[in-house]
Structure formats: structure tokens, C-alpha cells
Design a protein around this ligand. Structure first.
Ligand code: COA
Length: 290
């Protein structure tokens, strides 16, 4: 069987949608993002074909200098275990390398044994485990020492991250929707400037907690919701920042909070105490240096 990989075309739509029809029990999100992905300036979709018919796909974006993100790997059920996903990934990585990318990342559910086996075979390494918690109908709780970070605190917050165990366990990554990025100082500054960074300070005024938030879920998932993108601090700090966020959401009429965080027990316990529910599975971020 000859597998050929090329950039996707608009005319691949029907064949791709057909083999994505039953990816998960609820279907697949590919039809919702196909048009957007094909038009992206910083991304590409590749398909694998057999006898000119698409039998697999994958999407890649080049996010910031040196970093790529892979998503939407799909192989038609009757063509699995024939090297299709591997062939597409090789092509994506060749393209990424030609664009100066040094590291490629992707996420998969911890229960997705096929995907995990496939990416490990391609020498991607697991670097972090994240969890997506949820809280419906935030109710107002009083926080003691948390507030929106001020630009003047940028250096302090950055220093806090540099010695943070959570930042290390999170492989220095934060997420927006289901897409992980390295959290560098410029990102941090942007979060602070946009009033999307909550900090917790100790009795001496030193930064000892950080919670980054974003509202992309409300436009992308069409929900009246926000998400946490990165959470850091001990139990007390995280609980206090969560209370601050809940109060903010209640004031703004936000109905749901997705609590994305590195799977670090004190953080999970604090978020549960604040009312967040834990999911059944976790998400593993894999990375490959190219
Ligand atoms: C995950 C997926 C894309 C893999 O596609 P594929 O074309 O079958 O993968 P490949 O044939 O390139 O597999 C390469 C290697 O991965 C491993 N692998 C792939 N599927 C496996 C499975 N079900 N069980 C165990 N190992 C598996 C094997 O080592 C395989 O090599 P081998 O067949 O020579 O032993 C495919 O199963 C799929 O579409 N799943 C549903 C969607 C999905 O889960 N996407 C990933 C989201 S992160």
C-alpha cells in the first residue's frame, strides 16, 4: 500500500469528515475547525492519501519562534496500524523544521493508548500532565490576599516562577483551550496587561501564587465561560486565588469556569475545596526536539 502525504485541499472535506464521523462516541470536532484550519496563516493541515483518497490527517501550527503544536491526528479506522499517522507526523515535523521550529508538542488523553503508543514510537517524550476541572455557577467567596497583578509586579512574578516547583512540573507550559504554549516573560506581561493574571502575596507582600485566566472558551466554545491557563502556589494560595476568581466571575455573570492546571495534588485539592469537579482522565503533553 502506497501512502502519500500532501497539504490538505478544500476538496478533501467530504472524505475527511466521513472518516472522522465516529472518532469518539460523540463524533468529532474536526468539521467545526476544518475551514478555519485550512485558512490559517500560521498553520497547515496535511492529509495522507491512498489511491488519491484521504485516509488520515493532522494539523500543525507554528505558534511562536521555535515552537510547533500538533493536533487533530486522525486515521480512517480501516487504515489504522499501517503507518499513516506516522507518515503524516514525519511530514509535519519536516515542515516545522523548515520553519525554524526547535520543539514540537501535542496533547493526548492519558487513556488514549493508541495515540500514546504512536507518539512514543516517534520518540515524543511526556513532559507534563494537566487536568481540566470544571465549576458551574460560581458563587461569591471572599479572598484575603489575591488581586489582579499590576505591571509593576512583572519581575516579581517572573522570579516566583523561576523557583516554582509547579512551573517545573508543568514544563513551563500554559494552555489556552486545548493548546499548550511555553510561558515566557512576554506572555506573562501580556496576561498582566490584559488583566488576566491573579497574584497571591504573603504577609511581606512577596508573590507566592499565580493564576492566569482567559476567556477564549467563550468565543470558541460559545459558552459563557472562562478558563484558568496556569495555576501555581501552595494549597492556601491557590484556594485564595480561586475565591478571587469566583467572586470576579459572579460579578461578571460568568456561568462556568474550566480549571486547567498542572496535575499537582495541592492545587487539585485547593480547586476541589473551592468547588471545582475533577474529570476521570488527565491530559499528557508530549514534546519532541527536532
Ligand atoms: C492514534 C491514531 C491517529 C494512530 O494512527 P495510525 O495511523 O493507526 O498510527 P500508525 O500506524 O502510524 O502507528 C504507529 C505505531 O503506533 C503504535 N500504535 C498505533 N495504534 C496502536 C494501538 N491501537 N495499540 C497499540 N499500539 C498502537 C504502534 O507501535 C504502531 O506501529 P505498529 O503498527 O508497527 O506496531 C489512530 O488510532 C486514530 O485515528 N485514533 C483516533 C483519533 C485519536 O485518538 N487521535 C489522537 C488524538 S491525540
Amino acid at each position: 500500500m502506497q501512502v502519500y502525504v500532501r497539504e490538505a485541499r478544500e476538496s478533501d472535506r467530504e472524505a475527511v469528515f466521513e472518516f472522522c464521523r465516529h472518532t469518539w462516541s460523540w463524533g468529532d470536532y474536526i468539521p467545526h475547525v476544518w475551514d478555519k484550519w485550512l485558512k490559517e496563516a500560521n498553520g497547515k493541515v496535511f492529509v495522507a492519501t491512498v489511491d488519491d483518497v484521504p485516509v488520515g490527517m493532522q494539523h500543525i501550527t507554528i505558534d511562536k519562534s521555535g515552537e510547533a503544536w500538533l493536533s487533530g491526528a486522525r486515521t480512517a479506522p480501516q487504515f489504522r496500524r499501517m503507518g499513516v499517522a506516522t507518515a503524516i507526523t514525519v511530514k509535519c515535523l519536516e515542515y516545522a523544521k523548515s520553519m525554524g521550529v526547535k520543539v514540537a508538542r501535542l496533547v493526548t488523553e492519558a487513556v488514549n493508548t493508541a495515540a500514546i503508543a504512536a507518539v512514543q514510537r516517534m520518540e515524543f517524550k511526556p513532559v507534563a500532565e494537566f487536568i481540566e476541572m470544571e465549576l458551574e455557577k460560581p458563587s461569591s467567596k471572599e479572598s484575603a490576599s489575591s488581586c489582579w497583578a499590576d505591571v509593576s509586579q512583572l519581575e516579581d512574578v517572573w522570579s516566583f516562577l523561576q523557583t516554582s516547583e509547579v512551573y517545573r512540573r508543568a514544563a513551563g507550559l500554559y494552555t489556552i483551550l486545548y493548546h499548550w504554549y511555553s510561558l515566557d516573560m512576554l506572555d506573562l506581561e501580556r496576561f498582566i496587561q490584559q488583566r488576566k493574571a491573579v497574584v497571591h502575596v504573603d504577609g511581606d507582600g512577596a508573590v507566592c501564587g499565580l493564576m492566569l485566566v482567559d476567556d477564549a472558551v467563550s468565543s470558541d466554545w460559545r459558552e459563557n465561560a472562562v478558563q484558568t491557563c496556569y495555576v501555581d502556589g501552595d494549597f492556601e494560595a491557590v484556594l485564595d486565588m480561586a475565591k478571587f476568581l469566583l467572586a470576579h466571575c459572579q460579578t461578571k455573570g460568568v456561568e462556568k469556569i474550566y480549571g486547567f492546571t498542572c496535575n499537582h495534588p495541592p492545587i487539585i485539592e485547593a480547586l476541589e475545596k473551592a468547588g471545582f469537579k475533577k474529570p476521570d482522565s488527565t491530559a499528557i503533553i508530549f514534546e519532541k526536539r527536532i
